[in-house]
Design a protein around this ligand. Structure first.
Ligand SMILES: [Zn+2]
Length: 309
């Protein structure tokens, strides 16, 4: 049987048809335009799923179901998006609405949880049962797999580990608190840190960049620029500090790093491994979790969604 995965993002909706082994047969996307009523967004999700089916030449009757990864707090058991701030959604009965139109059983999870599940089923953490996935992008999303299952907690919404404090009284976070991991380890935070460094070193190459982005800061650091390198080295420690906290709590076999920042691969992972070996409880004597890059990369969300089926 085939599967349908839908990755609902704040910017884009991606829908894909996958085979049983979660290989993408066909995928399509469209802007979310989240300012619209949720009924319209959900109608678009269904239309995209139908387009992916039509392009792949696969019949709906050959699909075992639909999986959806959504931002925010998702009640997987009831199929309801409880709160998704970047969509402006509250208590949206997503699974019921999609099932009614598509005639297929629909399963829902938070997007980071779905991505974590996908990495365990067919990605970097294949074959492992205790996995942490973190997406470092605009924000910091974390999905936790314990004993082969998504850890969803009492509210069934999963963890919000991006909003654990690593710096008391630190930078203001989007959640209202100060010093959250997300306010230091997201791509947004890296850009802020680079802009601060550029302002402090007005004659630096960093200050002369036309556009300060995650990519340009990394490129400059790789080329040996001292100011950019200092920014990147510090940023990597911010990522690692948060990971050390999570490893001390969950003791995973593998940590998978995704999101735009995760694409940096080994250049990012090597210093993170070094820091973790010294700073996780038990130090170098403990069994170290594997620190890996996402294999599903930009498709982590939609493959994870299909994996939920
Ligand atoms: Zn926060």
């Amino acid at each position: 049987m085939y599967r349908i995965g839908i990755d609902l993002g704040g910017t884009n909706i991606v829908a894909a048809v996958t085979d049983e082994k979660l290989n993408i047969v066909e995928s399509v996307f469209a802007p979310t335009r989240a300012y619209r009523p949720f009924e319209e967004v959900i109608a678009d999700m269904c239309t995209l799923a139908e387009s992916a089916l039509a392009l792949s030449g696969i019949n709906k009757s050959d699909c075992s179901g639909i999986g959806v990864g959504s931002p925010g707090n998702c009640d997987s058991e009831m199929g309801i998006v409880r709160r998704a701030y970047n969509l402006g959604w509250k208590d949206v009965p997503l699974c019921e609405l999609i099932s009614a139109r598509m005639g297929l059983m629909t399963t829902l999870a938070n997007d980071a949880d779905a991505a974590a599940y996908g990495e365990m089923k067919t990605g970097a953490a294949k074959g492992k049962k205790n996995v942490l996935f973190t997406a470092l992008g605009t924000g910091v999303g974390v999905g936790v797999i314990t004993d082969g299952k998504i850890y969803s907690g009492a509210g069934r919404g999963g963890v919000e580990a991006g909003h654990t404090v690593i710096m008391m009284g630190g930078e203001k976070c989007t959640c209202g608190r100060r010093g959250c991991w997300e306010a230091y380890a997201s791509a947004t935070a890296l850009i802020r840190q680079a802009k601060q460094a550029a302002a402090e070193h007005p004659s630096s190459k960093l200050a002369s960049l036309e556009e300060i982005s995650g990519r340009t800061v990394f490129e400059l650091a790789d080329a040996g620029d001292a100011v950019a390198k200092e920014v990147v080295d510090k940023y990597v420690i911010y990522i690692a500090e948060g990971l050390a906290n999570l490893i001390n709590i969950f003791d995973p076999e593998a940590v998978v790093i995704g999101g735009g920042i995760g694409d940096r691969g080994e250049k990012l992972l090597v210093p993170i491994r070094e820091f973790l070996a010294d700073n996780c409880f038990g130090g170098r004597e403990r069994i170290q979790p594997e620190i890996l890059s996402s294999v599903n990369r930009a498709n982590a969300g939609v493959i994870g969604a299909a994996a939920l089926v």
